[in-house]
Design a protein around this ligand. Structure first.
Ligand code: ARG
Length: 458
């Protein structure tokens, strides 16, 4: 086995089982770009500060570029006995540039190095979420605009409640995703802070300039406390939490789409490209994409729980437990990004069945509130109007018809105040049109929601 970079005080070789157990290179090699960028910034900063000569820094930068090329062309040989990506890259660099390679780590520790790599990686991942969320919000806004005239039952307790427009329903999700987007932006602000210069835990005796490293890396700020800089994993935790919330929102739509795709509802036609069949039942078209998205929500929650639990008992500063921070985030990133993107594509292709939605409006007395409000308009106190309407509903239910199908005489038997003009009020279309309160399902509100989202998207 090759000599460890930290092997000076060791007389015996690491046990093979321990090498396997402690290595992280099998997964942290994902961070190679960030690691090399960070090392280049560090080398240049060291030269600016007179810790290295300009010549030495140039040699290191060129050597690091060579390593980068080797990795990207698949030529680089990752060695697990080198433990992690940092030491793999540094030892290859030293093979290429010779002894000066050993100067790169001056004033640096893997503790600030790994924190930097991971912060850069999280920021980049969050930028991808941001773009995917923007596309998703766009698709939901477009679908809303195209379906302003389509009405469907709004539910509470999954029981028919009041009619709403499909546009209003789509827009509800657009607003959730817009808040998710702003949470992602917020996470980026706190993640994009450079920990280089904290060294192992206490700072360093070399005249480092963290602000210069940060600037070279395009990061917005530097750490204030070296102990915090190497121990903080808040930035990953809040990213996974934000991802968990994104998944929660997606999972709720998925649940609705699964219900809507059931023939008893028949509200949507799942695009063929986003559904799957059964190996035994020829008629089946299953909403597997939605089910998997709902299911994968659980794994992102698991990623969050896993890292919260890892961090909760750790004393300052760095502890090796923290190496367990990467896989949960990689998994969450892959899942969140794919889910947001696929939901955007699937929703774009989604077919809505307006006729079945309208038919469903007729089941469940969704215009009962309209009748009660009508009676209030005729001077009856709301509680009494509620009671009268309840009696009319019970009657209509027995007669197996809607309130709007009752004759005026039948309606009048519940209140003398009811006149011919009641039928206008009982129409489902009117129920939506008359919902003029701000943020309601009425057309004015829907129109202004769409234009607000559209101008935000621009
Ligand atoms: N592979 C380690 C990690 O991912 C890098 C830092 C190791 N530092 C140390 N002192 N062992 O956290």
């Amino acid at each position: 086995a090759e000599a460890k970079l930290w092997g000076g005080r060791f007389a015996q070789k690491t046990a093979a089982s321990v090498e396997d157990y402690t290595q992280s290179v099998s997964f942290d090699k994902t961070l190679y770009r960030e690691d090399i960028e960070g090392s280049k910034a560090h080398a240049l900063m060291l030269a600016e500060q007179g810790v290295l000569t300009a010549q030495e820094a140039q040699t290191l930068v060129k050597g690091l570029d060579t390593v980068l090329k080797e990795i990207e062309s698949g030529k680089f040989e990752w060695k697990k006995e080198m433990e992690d990506l940092h030491m793999n890259i540094e030892s290859r660099l030293t093979e290429i540039v010779g002894a000066v390679g050993g100067k790169l780590h001056t004033g640096r520790s893997r503790n600030d190095q790994v924190a930097l790599d991971f912060r850069l990686y999280v920021v980049r991942s969050l930028e991808e979420w941001k773009t995917a969320l923007e596309k998703l919000i766009f698709v939901f806004t477009e679908k809303a605009e195209a379906n302003r005239e389509v009405l469907l039952p709004g539910y509470t307790h999954l029981q028919p409640a009041q009619p709403v427009s499909l546009a209003h329903h789509m827009l509800a999700y657009a607003w959730m995703f817009k808040r998710d987007h702003s949470r992602v932006c917020d996470c980026i602000k706190r993640a994009n802070v450079c920990p280089l210069g904290a060294a192992a835990l206490a700072g360093t005796t070399y005249p480092l300039k963290p602000a210069s490293s940060a600037e070279k890396l395009g990061m917005d700020d530097t750490f204030r406390n070296s102990l915090d800089a190497v121990s903080d994993r808040d930035f990953v935790l809040e990213a996974i939490f934000t991802g968990s919330l994104v998944m929660t929102h997606l999972s709720r739509i998925c649940e609705e789409l699964i219900i809507w795709a059931n023939p008893c509802f028949g509200f949507i036609k799942l695009p063929d490209a986003f559904s799957t069949g059964s190996s035994i039942m020829p008629q089946k078209k299953n909403p597997d994409v939605c089910e998997l998205m709902r299911g994968k929500t659980g794994r992102v929650f698991g990623d969050l729980m896993s890292l919260l639990t890892t961090v909760k008992g750790l004393p300052l500063a760095y502890n090796r437990d923290m190496q367990e921070d990467k896989e949960p985030f990689f998994d969450a990133h892959k899942t969140v990004y794919a889910s947001v993107s696929i939901m955007g594509d699937m929703m774009e292709a989604m077919g809505f069945n307006a006729e079945n939605m309208e038919k469903a409006l007729k089941k469940g007395f969704l215009n009962a509130t309209e009748l009660a409000d009508y009676l209030v308009g005729k001077g009856i106190p709301f509680r009494e109007a509620h009671h009268i309407t309840g009696a009319a509903v019970a009657y209509a239910e027995k007669a197996a018809k809607g309130l709007e199908d009752m004759t005026l005489a039948e309606l009048k038997s519940f209140s003398e105040k009811i006149e011919e003009d009641v039928f206008e009020v009982l129409s489902y279309e009117a129920a939506v049109r008359r919902r003029v309160s701000p943020g309601g399902t009425g057309p004015e509100s829907v129109k202004s929601q769409i234009s607000e989202l559209k101008s935000w998207l621009k």
